[in-house]
Design a protein around this ligand. Structure first.
Ligand SMILES: [Zn+2]
Length: 276
């Protein structure tokens, strides 16, 4: 929609404190987020369907960390897992969160052919076959798997509403509220078999290049009012003099630097050799 605005929003507004200091970017050749150019993505027939098995009982709390809100899961066992797709190992669900803009023209971190969405969901998992803690996996190659889902403004999302209803309780930075029995699978699009995948990084510090990104082709719809509740949250704690709205909490896009983006689906069937 408007990638120029993506940058402009970032430059003209007050930069979030997290991005004000120089950051140690490890390596730097596999950073996220990126723009996905559909015609340059490569169909890979070996990419299998994704198997997400989530137990809503492992949902524990919502935390406003001063940059987004995190819905956190008990990850001391393999109750909620992700496997299949591009993944060789089993990954354990630890949290999900969103990135969003101040209006519906931007907000997502990834874009498709330069088109941004108003928001993007990230469901974060760590490799429990190879590592024993998130903290260990986050600094290792193949340590994390993150599902990205684009949000578009449209119909009210009934699954999201339970979460939206709980958000006023975590308006300020550092607030935490108990939140249980939420299945993040309700936030996935109908077709989870069509996705793009590439090797990248976390989009918040420590920015480690540990992430297998799985970006859903289908978006989900949420209402303007539901996104307005996201925007009513605050970057600031209750004690701070000047309160700041939690908006534009995305990282600027990064160069692809020769990486391949693979797709589990063929974007253009008409490109197949014709019979004639
Ligand atoms: Zn994220």
């Amino acid at each position: 929609m408007c990638n120029v605005m993506h940058e402009a929003a970032y430059c003209s507004l007050n930069l979030h404190p997290m991005w004000q200091e120089p950051l140690a970017v490890p390596g730097g050749d596999k950073q996220s987020p990126i723009d996905i150019t559909v015609r340059k993505s490569v169909f890979d027939s070996r990419l299998r369907p994704l198997k997400a098995q989530y137990d809503p009982r492992s949902c524990q709390q919502i935390w406003n960390n001063g940059y987004s809100f995190l819905v956190e899961y008990d990850d001391t066992n393999d109750k909620s897992t992700l496997k299949g797709g591009p993944l060789e190992d089993q990954f354990r669900l630890c949290q999900f969160h969103f990135h969003w803009g101040e209006n519906k023209a931007w907000g997502s971190e990834h874009s498709i052919d330069r088109r941004l969405y108003p928001a993007e969901l990230h469901i974060v998992h760590w490799n429990s076959d190879k590592y024993s803690l998130f903290e260990e996996a986050v600094v290792e190659e193949n340590g994390l798997a993150v599902i990205g889902v684009f949000l578009k403004v449209g119909k009210r999302h009934e699954g999201l509403q339970k979460l939206v209803g709980a958000l006023p309780a975590v308006r300020h930075k550092d607030s935490v509220v108990e939140f249980t029995k939420f299945d993040p699978a309700c936030l996935l699009p109908k077709n989870i078999d069509d996705y793009w995948t590439y090797a990248g990084s976390l989009t918040t510090p420590p920015l480690t290049e540990a992430v297998t990104w799985i970006i859903m082709k289908q978006h989900i719809e949420v209402s303007h009012d539901q996104l307005a509740v996201f925007r009513s949250l605050l970057f600031t704690s209750a004690e701070e003099q000047v309160q700041k709205s939690m908006v534009n909490n995305f990282r600027v896009q990064q160069d692809l630097k020769g990486r391949a983006v693979r797709s589990s689906f063929t974007p253009f069937l008409q490109d197949a050799p014709s019979m004639e």
